[in-house]
Design a protein around this ligand. Structure first.
Ligand SMILES: [Zn+2]
Length: 437
């Protein structure tokens, strides 16, 4: 079975449900950019795919950044004067500002309020806040709950540690026919947030799971890293081998109901850009293409000027563009199996284009070959579907060694698979040969 057969034979609904179940399993874990929540997440991933776990010591210099202290949290609460846990980490890990330093103290409401964060516009939601690079503490709660706080003495307790330790990330590499690589990267550093972080992780895991057993042209590298500091660390440690990355995708926010969005690489016309745009254009659904910008996810680091890697970002609704973003409403209701499955299929289609985007030479370039005498005139049926005669004419005409199949698909307006099928048939009839052969 190759990647095209996989796309045809896949039980997409089942994959969507499996991805959703995987997200449900990871949802309760309190992740951060370092610490045991991140490790536990990687151990869960290891149940589905081989994964090498790397530990980089606190204080390691990575370009202009320093690997931070490791943060771990066991419990946290705010108790009222009756001893009730009115803000409780056990109910939602979003209640604690991620990376809060430990504290145990009694204080007045006004002192406490300086450390409380809410969303007045969405009074039932808990915001997600972090304080990675400034040592502080805080709690997040719904505005409704905040409004009901009485003027009394509170006991604040955060049982956390912020100490020398490690930054952890997961990496999986499998070799294809070529050493040239496709990089698939996702951030895995958010606590109970589904679309932002868990959906991208699930997509990467299930791509790896399905691709792993296939014969592949490219080698594949999957990264599960903490946002920003993770990609900076990985690039610093792997600077010597990034030239092997020929195509890359950052995956995030792929489980919501919005239409698919592709953010171009900094190069803007890399093969990954053209492949992703082609797939979205022919998917029969609404889609968005956005230009590169130096904010967003880890494409910012992969596309920093010294690397300028051909790495784009595949999303549904981009970060910050859905109201539930970075709140407790980015939960198991926001992501749905059907949207996850849809994103999986689109991603697989993009990779299928990359895998099959070969360049051919027309062996009969002096005028058109006579298709009729070869039984190729008029559309013919084959095991993979109909082969269109006009698609064959496009392939024959543009297969001069300087147009890849994706170039031909783009210029002709045909979907890539039709151009690929036409090329296969022409090759079977000895009218075409691969450029490198
Ligand atoms: Zn985020």
């Amino acid at each position: 079975m190759n990647i095209c057969d996989l796309r045809m034979s896949l039980q997409v609904d089942t994959v969507g449900r499996e991805m959703y179940q995987f997200i449900s399993d990871l949802y309760p874990i309190c992740r951060s950019i370092t610490g045991n929540g991140f490790r536990e997440t990687l151990h869960n991933i290891q149940r589905h795919m081989p994964l090498e776990i790397h530990e980089i010591a606190t204080g390691s210099q990575v370009f202009d950044w320093t690997v931070p202290k490791e943060w771990n949290i066991r419990d946290a609460y705010v108790k009222n004067s009756r001893g009730e846990r009115i803000i409780d980490f056990r109910k939602s890990n979003l209640h604690v500002v991620n990376y809060s330093v430990p504290i145990r103290k009694k204080m007045s409401l006004s002192e406490l309020k300086e450390h409380l964060f809410t969303l007045p516009d969405h009074p039932d939601w808990i915001p997600y806040r972090t304080s990675y690079y400034k040592e502080s503490w805080g709690f997040c709660l719904s505005h409704k709950q905040w409004s009901a706080l009485e003027d009394e003495e509170y006991e604040v307790y955060i049982d956390a540690s912020l100490e020398n330790g490690h930054l952890t990330y997961g990496e999986c590499y499998f070799q294809g026919n070529e050493l040239n690589e496709v990089l698939i990267s996702c951030h895995a550093c958010h606590p109970s947030l589904c679309n932002d972080n868990l959906s991208g992780i699930a997509l990467a895991v299930f791509l790896a799971k399905y691709l792993h057993s296939l014969p592949l042209r490219y080698s594949y590298r999957f990264l599960f890293i903490p946002g920003t500091i993770g990609s900076i660390t990985w690039l610093c440690l792997n600077e010597h081998q990034v030239s092997k990355i020929k195509h890359g995708l950052v995956l995030a926010n792929v489980g919501d109901s919005g239409s698919s969005t592709y953010k171009k690489s900094r190069r803007s016309d890399a093969e990954i850009d053209r492949a992703a745009i082609h797939v979205l254009k022919h998917c029969g659904e609404d889609y968005e293409i956005v230009d590169f910008s130096p904010y967003g996810y880890d494409e910012r680091q992969f596309c920093s000027p010294a690397f300028n890697l051909p790495v784009g970002c595949l999303m549904r609704t981009p970060h910050g563009c859905f109201p539930e973003y970075h709140t407790s409403a980015d939960n198991l209701d926001l992501v749905q199996p059907s949207y996850l499955a849809n994103s999986f299929l689109k991603c697989l289609s993009v990779l299928s284009v990359l895998e099959n985007n070969l360049t051919y030479i027309n062996k009969n370039p002096k005028c058109e070959p006579q298709l009729g005498k070869r039984g190729l005139y008029r559309a013919i049926g084959g095991p993979e579907g109909d082969v269109d005669e006009l698609a064959m004419l496009w392939v024959l005409n543009l297969s001069d060694g300087s147009h890849s199949l994706l170039d031909i698909a783009t210029q002709s307006g045909y979907p890539f698979e039709m151009i690929q099928r036409a090329a296969n048939v022409l090759q079977e009839h000895s009218l075409l040969k691969e450029q490198s052969l």
